[in-house]
Design a protein around this ligand. Structure first.
Ligand code: C2E
Ligand code: CA
Ligand code: CA
Ligand code: CA
Length: 274
C-alpha cells in the first residue's frame, strides 16, 4: 500500500510539474504576445432595439498564436487572472481601444462608444480611473466614447475602491456597464449602492427565453428592476429574431449577439455599420 501511495504520489508530482511548466510557458507566451502585438481586438455591435442604431461596440480580445492559431479568451483570460497577468492585458486592451477610437474619429463621425472589459483586479487598483483618464487625454479622445465593462465580482471584491473608481470614471463621462448580470453570487443590495449606467443581462437568460412573452418573468423582472434604478439594459447573446422581438416588447433597450453580428475586426466593423 505504501508503495502504491508513493507511486501515486510520483505520478501526481510529475503531473503537477508538467502542468506547472505548461503554465509557466503560457505566462511567457502571453507576455511575448503583448510585446509583439499578437493580441487583436474585435468589435461586436450593441444595437438599439427601438431604432436599430449601433450604440456601441464591445471590444473582445483575440489571440493569434504563432503555432497554435486562434486562441479564445476563455483559454487565457482566467489563467491571466490567476497569475497576475490580467493587469497587463487590461491596460493593453484599454490603450488599443482608445487608439482605435482615435483612429475612427479621424475618419468618421462616430456616434457610438467602445466598451472594454476590465477585470476586478484592475478595477480595484487605486489609480485605475486616473490611468484611464490619462490615456484618454493623451489620445485626445473625449470620455463619452469609452465604456468599461465590469462584473459583479469586481464590485464586491473591494467595495470601497470600486465605489471610488466608479465615481471618478463616471464624473469624467466614462460609462460603466455591469457585465454578465445574474450570474454572480451577489445580492441585489449592492445595485442600489453603486452608480452605474448599463446593466447587461447575461446570455444564459436570453438563451432560456420562452416564445410566449408572458412566460419570461425573470427577464421581465430584470428589465423592470433596471428601469427602476435608471439603468439602460443590454441583452447579451441575442441569437434569434424571436429573442430580439420579445426583448423589444419587454422594454429592453439594446441587444448584442450573433443575430446582429459576431465580433468583427475593426475595418469590418466599420463596413458593417454603413
Ligand atoms: P463577455 O464579456 O461576456 O463577452 C461576450 C462573449 O459572448 C464573447 O465571447 C462573445 O463573442 C460571445 N457572444 C457574443 N454574442 C453571442 C451570441 O449570440 N451567442 C453566444 N453563444 N455567444 C456570443 P469571447 O469573445 O469568447 O469572450 C469570452 C469572455 O472573455 C468575455 O465574456 C470576457 O469575460 C472575456 N474577455 C474577452 N475579451 C476580454 C478583454 O479584452 N479583457 C478581459 N479582461 N476579458 C475579456
Ligand atoms: Ca463583456
Ligand atoms: Ca457578458
Ligand atoms: Ca463573461
Amino acid at each position: 500500500a505504501k508503495q502504491d501511495g508513493r507511486g501515486v504520489y510520483r505520478i501526481y508530482s510529475a503531473d503537477m510539474q508538467a502542468q506547472e511548466s505548461q503554465e509557466f510557458k503560457l505566462g511567457l507566451e502571453i507576455k511575448a504576445a503583448l510585446a509583439q502585438h499578437h493580441f487583436k481586438l474585435h468589435y461586436q455591435p450593441i444595437i438599439c432595439l427601438e431604432t436599430d442604431d449601433t450604440l456601441g461596440f464591445e471590444a473582445l480580445i483575440r489571440w493569434t498564436h504563432q503555432t497554435q492559431g486562434a486562441i479564445t479568451p476563455d483559454q487565457f483570460i482566467p489563467f491571466a487572472e490567476k497569475n497576475g497577468l490580467i493587469g497587463l492585458i487590461d491596460h493593453y486592451v484599454l490603450s488599443q481601444s482608445i487608439e482605435q477610437i482615435r483612429l475612427w474619429r479621424q475618419n468618421y463621425a462616430m456616434p457610438f462608444y467602445v466598451s472594454v472589459n476590465v477585470s476586478g483586479l484592475a478595477f480595484s487598483e487605486p489609480d485605475f480611473a486616473t490611468a484611464v483618464i490619462q490615456k484618454l487625454a493623451e489620445a485626445d479622445v473625449p470620455a463619452r466614447y469609452l465604456a468599461i465593462e465590469i462584473t459583479e465580482r469586481a464590485l464586491i471584491e473591494n467595495i470601497e475602491q470600486a465605489r471610488l473608481c466608479l465615481k471618478q470614471l463616471r464624473q469624467h463621462g466614462v460609462k460603466v456597464l455591469l457585465d454578465d448580470f445574474g450570474t454572480g453570487y451577489s445580492s441585489l443590495s449592492y445595485l442600489n449602492e453603486f452608480k452605474l449606467d448599463v446593466l447587461k443581462i447575461d446570455r444564459s437568460f436570453i438563451a432560456n427565453m420562452k416564445p410566449r412573452i408572458q412566460d419570461n418573468p425573470v427577464v421581465n423582472t430584470v428589465i423592470a428592476l433596471a428601469k427602476t434604478l435608471n439603468l439602460k439594459v443590454v441583452a447579451e447573446g441575442v441569437e434569434t429574431s424571436l429573442q430580439r422581438q420579445l426583448l423589444k416588447e419587454l422594454g429592453c433597450d439594446a441587444g448584442q449577439g450573433y443575430w446582429f453580428a459576431k465580433a468583427l475586426p475593426a475595418a469590418d466593423a466599420i463596413k458593417w455599420l454603413r
